[in-house]
Design a protein around this ligand. Structure first.
Ligand SMILES: [Zn+2]
Length: 226
């Protein structure tokens, strides 16, 4: 088992630091806030007062840590202990979840996202998809069911985000099914974000933009209009 300590840096901080992420989720009573994947950078930002409360825009300050979690990166287990922070203005405490994870999912956002893509765009069978993702059939079935339930909302949220990042963007072409349409909107939004902000890993972008709730039964807190 390794302790996950990613060093990737990208423009994702734009999504979390400068904008309000909308109403927060809660993790055991504490609101969830997405942060960049580089935990050293998050720590430095937190100590320097550069992280902003997603609920009120106040300054976040260090407030201990959440419990250890074991996440799966296909066959590799990774340990993560998310930072907690407290808002100096509204006093809410937040769990700071790195964008490589999704709320209440044990598998990394990239593993889940690539699995959904392989099923809906590459046409893998459910069994092949589960094998490639390194998960049991029930887990894969749960991802597919939830993505299917949320496909239209995900498509609408990411299409809106794509057009916000690139107002000149033409309408997004339908791909023939609600799930494929949602993945197409995700891809177009990610490409627009890269053009505007610079490169970032696709599924980090998706996890951040959805507030970690891509596969949660509440709506995505995508950033509102600028
Ligand atoms: Zn606050």
């Amino acid at each position: 088992m390794t302790v996950l300590k990613p060093t990737r840096k990208g423009p994702l901080a734009f999504l979390f630091a400068g904008e309000r992420a909308g109403p927060s989720n809660s993790v055991r009573g504490a609101p969830l806030q997405m942060v960049g994947p580089d935990q050293d950078a998050v720590e430095a930002d937190l100590l320097a007062g550069r992280l902003v409360c997603g609920s009120c825009g106040g300054e976040l300050r260090p407030w201990g840590h959440a419990r250890w979690r074991r996440l799966r990166d296909r066959t590799r287990l990774v340990r993560l202990r998310p930072r907690r922070a407290r808002c100096a203005s509204c006093q809410l405490t937040h769990v700071l979840l790195p964008v490589f994870a999704l709320l209440r999912r044990r598998d990394l956002a990239e593993v889940i996202g690539e699995a959904l893509r392989s099923r809906h765009l590459e046409g893998l069978s459910r069994r092949e998809m589960a094998e490639r993702a390194g998960v049991v059939a029930d887990t894969a079935r749960g991802w597919l069911r939830r993505f299917d339930e949320r496909a239209e909302a995900i498509r609408a949220d990411f299409a809106a985000l794509a057009h916000r990042y690139d107002p000149q963007l033409p309408p997004i072409e339908p791909r023939g099914s609600p799930c494929a349409d949602a993945l197409e909107a995700i891809g177009v939004a990610a490409a627009a974000a890269v053009r505007l902000l610079g490169p970032a890993p696709l599924w980090d972008f998706v996890a951040g933009a959805s507030g970690g709730r891509l596969l949660s039964n509440t709506s995505c807190p995508l950033p509102g209009p600028a």
